[in-house]
Write a new protein. Structure first.
Lengths: 508, 403
């Protein structure tokens, strides 16, 4: 097959950093080419070079597209050639309708005036192509993330895409949405669209990719053909070493009951319906308890409503920690009762990005670094340094702004913040989302250490293999209810999915 | 995958640059203030034959700008928490009018009027803060409404008239001077001693911070830079102190202002309360999920702002020796400009008290200097606007360069 794209010897430097160094990438036409690499390996930088975000002249090497050398000055140049990039952060305007988003900057006009009938008609055609049955006038914010992704792809189709670049398209998606998206990529491939897929999800790559290029530290490590693609091989190339076990070893030492939640019911903040319906669960000392479920099943809502009533209204039910009723009615009291909640979205809910590591670490326990309301900078720094060493936060200084850290290191900062509150029970909501394989392993190891110290951990995750690999017990949630409980020995992906599907539609 | 990750060395470089950048900004602001003062010294002498730094004019500078600095302290907290207060000019006018009403019309004594007016300020702040904090109505709208409401109430309370004059004891808030315990001869030794003590305090606290930095392994500012800056600050302080001592001594309002500056600098930088306000402005949701009562904090910053606006209102009224319906028009703009020139960020979460004080002084010196030079109010506004814009562009440019 002929190559649609050849990037030869691409190099790109930022002040003080060589982000890309002699990267070679050859993408065959009418295929799906995956790019793998740890966070910071240079994947996104490479795609920005390709799409003209970094204009010709700001990088070394050359780009051959359909056999011709390309010198893009900006993203418009590359789009004119049919190269469309869909970023991880979606570029849709939430308040505008699907149709308006579809032709944003590219409006269908008649003598300068928007031709609405044709806009809606074209939008309907494009939506059909990506398998969406939505009204073109619906505001995008009314749709879930999965459908928004599909709209981004439809938008690319509107621009006559020939090479579609997707930067972690499924990172925020549920299994079924991901499956839909991947199926669409395969269909597009049949229609002659080439895709470049950047992803951390190795099972997806194995499912759809024709070839895989692995990038490490700004250089190409390997390009694997279809029959060479295995998860083990990709991981080895990504991290440069064998990762014998994806999950660190732990001998469970489970003690008595540490936390019990009973009859927990929560109403939606502004709709007349229950988001959590009579949920109950327990956590024992030294135990990692998983909560499985699809997006929207109420996992995050359960955790947030317990943690200081941070979600919902008319909350009822009881929480016991250490055998005694715990007052968790405000965040401060929940922390005082020994509870911590590490949020799903660390950037918007967990961290103050512009502030240094040490100020983030101390945030939830300022009393711990102050006397009578007066802060001790020295103690603050010492505390942060302690966690930097303990958790292996890779940074030259705890004065570094957290915005400059990689996802894995940011997550360790959030964990440090909560560990400093001396919790008995930690609820971790998607603790490894968006972080690379190596950092995931470290986070798992930290979790193991926490339970070894006799704490309890509740792990909410959309990635079932991770739950199966880490948890002693797994609760399955669906539609706001806990619909099943599995021990480590009983648990499997099939049984979890089965519990979810069998409980479907039984909610009142 | 998000931003390209820097290698270890690059990050270290970034940290040092960020640190120097922050320091440079502070130093740069002080240098800019000195340059502007120097400019006026030369130009005012050249064109008008007047000494810009005469004792009389230095005293005037403080009297004229004290209200901006006082309100800017509160406004910094409001802006750091991610809000804005447009009503401070009207609130200052209203509280000034209230002080006149209580003093002149009702004949209340000064010791009762001052706390009462501060309380009125607190209530006004609470009334606005309530909607902003607990009902989540944008502060821009609530305080825009407050700006209109309290301007109207001022007109109503004064019936469109000026009310005055005030007893000496009230005027002393603005135009009074600290007496010299060593007798009436010049220089005023009490003033000299107080200024010298302030200078010693500045240097020792700087040295203590350096010692702390060294003890906890933070890279300290280069010694040369530290001593140069301190020498400049102390020299400027002693110069001003000497001039004031040779005139009428330290104005009362300068003492009030200095105490407030030290207090607010302490609260913002050294206390958990201050830290929580910065956290709230940096990321409200994260702060709330860390157990910080963000609603109450927002409410309190507006109460605080109301109290300081009331204090400023009394200072202005005392200086004019009468409450007027037009008092405080446009104050909010001077105050907000001072905060942004001082380096606060529009999106909240950053800004320092000392920066704000220097920012207010820059605006004040320019007002005063341009007035002495006889520059028309038309050009003055243009120039002040451009200074504000330049200061903020400079910040944005520096940030972009560091990123």
């Amino acid at each position: 097959m002929a190559a649609i794209l050849e990037m030869r010897g691409i190099g790109k430097s930022f002040p003080g950093v060589r982000a890309l160094d002699r990267v070679n990438l050859e993408v065959e036409a009418r295929g799906i080419h995956a790019i793998c690499g740890e966070n910071g390996a240079g994947k996104s930088t490479l795609m920005k070079v390709l799409s003209g975000v970094y204009p010709h002249g700001s990088y070394d090497g050359e780009i051959l597209y359909e056999g011709r050398p390309m010198r893009f000055r900006d993203i418009r140049d590359s789009e004119a050639e049919g190269i469309i990039i869909i970023h991880q952060e979606l570029a849709l305007v939430p308040q505008l309708s699907i149709g308006e988003n579809m032709f944003l900057g590219n409006e269908i006009t008649r003598s300068g005036v928007i031709d609405w009938p044709r806009t809606w008609a074209r939008t309907r055609e494009l939506l059909a192509k990506v398998g969406l049955n939505e009204n073109p006038t619906t505001p995008v914010e009314k749709l879930g993330v999965g459908k928004q992704q599909l709209i981004e792809i439809a938008k690319a189709l509107a621009k006559d895409v020939r090479l579609l670049i997707l930067d972690e398209p499924t990172a925020a998606l549920q299994e079924n949405d991901s499956a839909t998206l991947l199926k669409l990529l395969l269909e597009l491939k049949e229609q002659g669209v080439t895709s470049i897929l950047i992803s951390h999800k190795l099972n997806e790559i194995r499912r759809v990719a024709d070839r895989v290029t692995v990038i490490r530290d700004g250089s190409t490590v390997s390009t694997l053909a279809r029959d060479e693609i295995t998860e083990e091989r990709i991981i080895r190339d990504m991290v440069g070493r064998d990762l014998a076990h994806r999950y660190p070893e732990r001998v469970p030492q489970i003690g008595d009951e540490l936390m019990a939640v009973r009859n927990w019911t929560v109403w939606h903040p502004d709709q007349p319906r229950k988001v959590i319906d009579d949920a109950a669960f327990t956590v024992r000392r030294g135990e990692i308890v998983g909560i499985a479920g699809l997006m929207g099943s109420g996992r995050t809502e359960l955790a947030m409503s317990i943690f200081g009533r941070s979600f919902g209204r008319d909350i009822s039910g009881t929480v016991e920690i250490g055998g005694r009723p715990a007052d968790v009615s405000t965040v401060g009291r929940a922390i005082g009762a020994g509870l911590s909640y590490v949020t799903e979205d660390r950037k918007t809910l967990g961290l103050i990005l512009d502030e240094p590591i040490q100020r983030n670490v101390s945030l939830a326990n300022l009393a711990g670094i102050s006397a009578r309301g007066v802060l001790s900078r020295g103690r603050e720094k010492a505390v942060a340094e302690g966690y930097r060493r303990d958790l292996g936060i890779r940074t030259p200084s705890v004065l570094q702004q957290v915005v400059n850290l990689s996802g894995g290191n940011q997550q360790k900062v959030v964990l440090s913040k909560w560990l400093f509150t001396q919790p008995q029970v930690l609820i971790l909501d998607e603790p490894t989302r968006g972080i690379d394989v190596g950092a995931k392993f470290e986070i798992y190891a930290i979790m193991n250490r926490l339970v070894a110290e006799g704490r309890g951990v509740v792990m909410i995750s959309s990635e079932m293999p991770e739950l199966l690999g880490m948890c002693d017990r797994i609760y399955v949630m669906n539609e706001g209810r806990i619909v099943g409980e599995l021990t480590r020995a009983e648990a499997s992906q099939e049984r979890i999915m089965g519990m979810i599907l069998r409980s479907e539609g039984r909610a009142a | 995958m998000t931003v390209p990750q820097h290698d270890e060395l690059g990050v270290a470089g970034g940290a040092i640059r960020a640190r120097l950048g922050g320091g440079l900004r502070q130093n740069g602001m002080v240098l800019a203030l000195l340059a502007i003062v120097l400019f006026f010294v030369v130009v005012v002498r050249g064109t008008q034959g007047i000494d810009f730094l005469s004792a009389q004019n230095i005293t005037n500078l403080f009297l004229q700008n004290s209200y901006v600095i006082v309100m800017a302290l509160g406004m910094l907290l409001v802006i750091v928490s991610g809000h804005i207060d447009l009503s401070v000019g009207s609130v200052a006018a209203f509280t000034g009018a209230a002080s006149a009403f209580l003093t002149v019309k009702l004949g209340w004594p000064v010791w009762a009027v001052m706390p009462a007016v501060l309380m009125i300020g607190a209530l006004i702040g609470a009334a606005q803060g309530y909607w902003i904090a607990y009902w989540r109505i944008p502060s821009f709208i609530v305080t825009l409404a407050g700006m209109l409401v309290f301007r109207g109430l001022t007109l109503w309370l004064l019936q469109g008239q000026n009310i005055g004059p005030f007893p000496k004891a009230f005027q002393a808030l603005s135009t009074g001077f600290v007496g010299d315990v060593f007798g009436p001869d010049k220089p005023n030794f009490t003033a000299l001693i107080l200024v010298a003590l302030a200078a010693v305090a500045i240097v020792t606290s700087g040295l203590r911070a350096r010692a702390q930095d060294a003890a906890f392994g933070t890279e300290p500012e280069p010694a040369g830079l530290f001593w140069t800056r301190n020498a400049v600050v102390v020299a400027a302080l002693m110069f001003v102190g000497w001039k004031l001592a040779m005139f009428r001594g330290l104005p009362n309002v300068l003492i009030v202002m200095s105490v407030l500056i030290v207090l607010y600098a302490f609260v913002t930088e050294q206390t958990t309360l201050g830290r929580r306000i910065y956290a709230l402005g940096g990321n409200e949701k994260a702060a709330r999920l860390s157990g910080i009562k963000t609603d109450r904090l927002v409410f309190l910053t507006f109460v605080n702002m109301g109290v300081l606006a009331a204090l400023a209102g009394m200072i202005v009224t005392a200086r004019l020796n009468s409450a007027t319906p037009k008092a405080g028009v446009g104050f909010e703009l001077d105050v907000i400009a001072a905060v942004f020139i001082g380096g606060a960020s529009m999106s909240g979460g950053s800004g320092k008290i000392l920066g704000v004080v220097v920012g207010a002084l820059i605006m004040g010196v320019m007002n005063n200097g341009m007035s002495i030079m006889g520059i028309g109010i038309d050009y003055q506004q243009v120039i002040k606007g451009l200074v504000l814009l330049t200061a903020v562009i400079f910040d944005v440019y520096n940030k972009a360069k560091r990123a």
